[in-house]
Design a protein around this ligand. Structure first.
Ligand code: UDP
Length: 395
């Protein structure tokens, strides 16, 4: 018998979404008492990133019709769903076989598809199951039918880990809070001053209607009216089928006559270098986000933040996680383009005040969000559900 806890993490995607990057960072921060192995429903760049972190990865491919189904369609019922249900059941049988062979101490699922597909295999093999929920399970974020299903099913796992209080508030069960943490290499010393040269207004994230790039493009004419030399840098690429949205963003910049001032950077593996160029980092999601790792990443580089007041972002920008006291960045109502422009202009007009907020944000985020805390919480949760409360040899 080994004294290491063996955890099988299950994720549906091989893409590098925020939850997947958070998983890589958490794996890097785990101590010697835990061995994580990852099972993906499809291959993709995530596999290489995990393997670089020393994690063994298996791919158990799922039918495209299931793996590629988006959440909007997942909420509807149709004859195609019957076929999908049969395929999910067949996949469940294969997954059960895999769990029987690997015999992990804990199975930890990190996406809604993985959460649901793994419920029965975990039960059949009597493997303790931990859900890691990265989405707000709410009608303003997911299709209502899916919301009802996930809320009901959330009673089954032995533990449910959430990425924010905002996510916890959408679930009807007791949860364990594990904020996605930043890796030591993502932080810097606090900024002494804004970068020299023309102001850079940056936004980082996959290109998507939920991420607020459209609102920033629409705020750009007003920003340029006040700061004609400003540049807007959009860092990120469309993922999860959002290519059409990327085209809409480009044509909106042309329509508004600001395309000369907007730089489409694409996906960057090193977002810290991008953040260091920014005078202000914008997080303009028009919908309440479950968390918003980009906000933390800007804070730990001392970059002033302008964000929408909704979901987990409000929590990140509130000192001590409570929405009282001076927020650590400027908050604007979701979807309000004029307010967004005004807040960006406020940062550019008053760099001293922005730098003060940036320093407070740096101190708060450095203390609240290091990935070592995430790893410690996950390890404690796994040990609890596996019945091995302390590190060391198991009974
Ligand atoms: N990210 C990245 N390169 C890019 C754009 C984004 O590495 O070009 C990373 C970003 O640094 C963050 C993650 O993707 O770690 C996005 O996580 P977040 O919680 O902000 O959003 P999600 O995609 O999970 O909704």
């Amino acid at each position: 018998m080994t004294d290491r806890l063996r955890v099988l993490v299950v994720d549906h995607t091989g893409d590098l979404g925020g939850a997947e990057l958070a998983l890589v960072r958490a794996c890097e921060a785990l101590g010697d008492h835990v061995t994580v192995r990852v099972l993906l429903f499809e291959d993709g760049p995530l596999r290489g990133r995990l393997e670089q972190a020393g994690v063994r990865v298996d791919v158990l491919p799922i039918s495209r019709a299931v793996g590629g189904m988006d959440r909007r369609r997942a909420g509807r019922l149709s004859p195609r769903h019957v076929v999908t249900a049969v395929r999910v059941a067949a996949y469940g049988v294969r997954l059960t076989g895999r769990l029987r062979r690997l015999r992990p101490d804990v199975v930890h699922t990190t996406s809604l598809k993985a959460d649901l597909v793994t419920l029965v295999p975990a039960r059949l093999t009597r493997t303790p199951l931990v859900w890691h929920v990265h989405d707000r399970i709410a009608d303003d974020y997911l299709p209502p039918r899916l919301v009802r299903l996930v809320r009901r099913a959330a009673r089954v796992p032995q533990a449910v880990v959430v990425n924010s209080r905002a996510t916890a508030a959408t679930l009807p069960v007791e949860t364990v809070l594990a904020y996605p943490g930043y890796a030591p290499g993502q932080a810097s010393a606090p900024r002494a001053a804004a970068p020299a040269g023309p102001p850079v207004v940056g936004i980082v994230g996959r290109l998507s209607p939920t991420k607020g790039q459209l609102e920033l493009v629409r705020a750009t004419p007003a920003i340029l009216a006040r700061h004609p030399d400003a540049r807007v840098r959009v860092v990120g690429a469309p993922t999860f089928g959002a290519e059409e949205h990327a085209e809409l963003l480009h044509s909106e910049a042309v329509r508004l006559g600001v395309s000369d001032h907007v730089e489409w950077v694409g996906f960057r593996a090193d977002t810290a270098a991008e953040l260091d160029e920014m005078t202000v980092c914008v997080h303009a999601s028009p919908v309440p986000e479950p968390f918003g790792q980009v906000v933390v990443e800007a804070m730990v580089r001392g970059v002033p933040v302008v964000a929408t007041r909704a979901g987990g972002v409000t929590e990140i920008l509130a000192p001590d996680g409570e929405p009282t006291g001076d927020p650590l960045g400027l908050l604007v109502p979701p979807g309000d383009v004029d307010a967004l422009a005004a807040a960006v202009i406020e940062v550019l007009d008053d760099p001293a005040a922005a730098a003060r907020r940036g320093r407070a944000a740096f101190a708060s985020a450095s203390e609240r969000f290091p990935v070592a805390r995430t790893a410690a919480t996950l390890t404690r949760t796994w040990r609890r559900v596996a019945g091995v409360p302390y590190p060391g040899p198991r009974p």
